[in-house]
Design a protein around this ligand. Structure first.
Ligand SMILES: Nc1ncnc2c1ncn2[C@@H]1O[C@H](COP(=O)(O)OP(=O)(O)OP(=O)(O)O)[C@@H](O)[C@H]1O
Ligand SMILES: [Mg+2]
Length: 248
């Protein structure tokens, strides 16, 4: 069974059809890149999936369950995590304190911070090693580098047990080294987590590969491997080719 299914999803803002009958199917553990020109509806699609925006048409199924009408917090509880461009970390708190808060936000987990700290469960160790923040546990989040702060937010989503992680231009503002490291983090999450990554950096899309979905004017333009979509004449015309505005 597919983990996520969008069926004819649509939303209109005034006269603008931001998303216009979008169909999308994601398998469990898949890493999907979502690309397309500015204004194609990529960010709005993530807003619709996480519940920030209500659709004017279509359906969203998660684990086979229709979640179209569910409020955002209930989708988060169901395992849908959204990473925004400006990380929602607590800058005054340390890395470990941020992760403790994220974990205590998990549904059905009894969590007094002191109890948690003394147990220091294996899951947190695993997560901080994955995002390479094990050396920074007592650093205030506000003092982390730009890249580390993005990784902390991913770690927080993992501590909340997000199974579907939605990321909007996660490498924006990162150095080349930070971008590469981000690709490695995504590669190690593949299989255990489903991810949708909206990205303009085609080198990064090539690095993380997987299936690529191309949107244009709110709808699906093409879907396939990176090689397939890069060769697709319609994609070249709308986005990647000479006339397009892709950052290829
Ligand atoms: N809250 C809103 N109110 C009105 N129009 C909106 C709103 N949000 C998005 N739009 C419009 O919907 C369309 C899709 O926007 P969206 O931000 O989803 O595009 P995008 O693919 O993420 O583009 P970019 O690559 O520039 O981030 C655009 O025409 C945009 O102006
Ligand atoms: Mg966007």
């Amino acid at each position: 069974m597919a983990q996520l299914e969008l069926r004819g999803l649509a939303v209109q803002f005034g006269g603008v059809r931001a998303v216009d009958g979008l169909d999308l199917t994601l398998q469990d553990g898949e890493l999907r890149c979502l690309i397309g020109p500015n204004g194609a509806g990529k960010s709005t699609t993530l807003d619709l999936i996480c519940g920030k925006t209500a659709p004017t048409g279509g359906e969203i199924l998660f684990d086979g369950r229709n979640i179209t009408g569910l409020p955002e917090f209930r989708r988060a509880r169901a395992g849908i995590g959204r990473k925004f461009q400006t990380p929602s970390v607590f800058r005054e708190l340390t890395v470990i304190e941020n992760l403790e808060i994220a974990r205590s936000a998990r549904p059905g987990v009894f969590s007094s911070l002191t109890v948690f700290r003394s147990r220091y469960p294996g899951r947190m160790q695993e997560v901080v090693e994955l995002v390479e923040l094990a050396e920074e546990l007592h650093t205030r989040a506000g003092n982390l580098s730009h890249g580390q702060m993005q990784w902390l937010e991913i770690a927080m989503l993992l501590m909340q047990d997000a199974r579907l992680i939605l990321m909007d231009e996660p490498t924006a503002g990162m150095t080349i080294q930070e971008t590469r490291k981000t690709g490695e983090i995504f590669a190690s999450l593949r299989g255990s987590h489903t991810m949708i990554v909206v990205e303009h950096d085609m080198n990064f899309v090539r690095q993380i590969a997987g299936t690529v979905t191309v949107m244009d004017q709110g709808a699906l333009l093409a879907e396939g491997s990176i090689q397939e979509v890069e060769r697709d004449p319609a994609v070249r015309a709308a986005y990647l080719g000479d006339g397009g505005n892709g950052h290829a």
